[in-house]
Design a protein around this ligand. Structure first.
Ligand SMILES: C[S@@+](CC[C@H](N)C(=O)[O-])C[C@H]1O[C@@H](n2cnc3c(N)ncnc32)[C@H](O)[C@@H]1O
Length: 247
């Protein structure tokens, strides 16, 4: 991987977050995603792009499914390795828009808005092409993404008090660039140890734009839901779970 600093380095997010990732995301229950993905996997090989600390992959593997992973951050993968079942999971450290995963896979998935961690349309489109290359016959690609909500921003900025306790405060500070479709955020913790900065950059895509990227990679939208429980997807949905297959 090229050695570039900052948001353009694929390892940047994971390396900054690895130490606190599980603690900060403890309230997100992976069970509905695991249930949905297990139903699609059957007995086929499965690949998680951006596997992280194994939040979804480990419970899925715990159901006897052959899960493999890619992640750009060795620090995140180290956390996964330290968990029960994590040491034996095959994981490649690399860029999901380029990494050489060896297919064929019956299911490839990319959850938790992480496709948007690829910070340009070109990189997101490359990811779809990379997935199409390793999908086996009848294989599917599942993504979970938010639907952009630009009303969150006032003059392209937003400041939110995430948590306040006797000893700490967590603020989320964001700037929005509507031309680049990019949101740059710092989650800032003030506590007895000082000030801690946790950066996140996202390049959002509309569902229609994702479908076009998929189409250009030879994939077609098969199903789209408003969430993992297969809620209908409509104008009130703040996110979607989309299933793509070959044309
Ligand atoms: C929000 S976490 C999601 C982790 C896991 N999928 C989950 O649901 O908890 C984002 C993950 O994406 C990884 N990541 C970011 N950019 C990447 C890239 N270009 N290629 C591979 N992994 C990447 C980070 O290292 C991090 O582990």
């Amino acid at each position: 991987m090229a050695s570039v600093a900052g948001f353009d380095d694929p390892a940047f997010y994971g390396d900054r977050w690895a130490g606190v990732y599980d603690e900060h995301h403890a309230e997100f229950d992976p069970a509905p995603a695991v249930e949905f993905l297990a139903g699609l996997a059957g007995d086929r090989r499965v690949l998680e792009l951006a596997i992280g600390t194994g939040r979804v992959a480990l419970p899925l593997a715990g159901r006897g499914i052959a899960v493999e992973g890619i992640d750009a951050s060795a620090a995140m993968v180290e956390r996964l390795r330290a968990k029960p079942g994590g040491a034996s999971l095959p994981v490649v450290v690399g860029d999901m828009a380029e990494a050489p995963a060896t297919g064929p896979f019956g299911l490839v998935y990319l959850v938790f808005n992480t496709l948007f961690g690829l910070l340009s349309q070109a990189r997101q489109a490359a990811c779809f092409r990379n997935v199409a290359r390793v999908l086996g016959p009848g294989g599917v690609f599942v993504i979970e993404c938010f639907v952009p909500d630009l009303s969150r921003f006032d003059r392209d900025q937003r400041v939110q008090a995430r948590a306040v306790t006797e000893d700490s405060a967590i603020l989320e500070v964001s700037r929005h660039d509507p031309v680049q479709q990019r949101v740059t955020t710092q989650i800032i913790t003030f506590d007895g140890q000082g000030t801690h900065l946790r950066p996140v950059a996202l390049r959002y895509s509309w569902p229609s734009e994702l479908d076009l990227m998929a189409q250009q990679a030879g994939l077609r939208l098969r199903e789209r839901y408003g969430g993992w429980d297969r809620q209908p997807f409509d104008s009130s949905s703040d996110g979607h779970v989309s299933v793509y297959g070959r044309d």
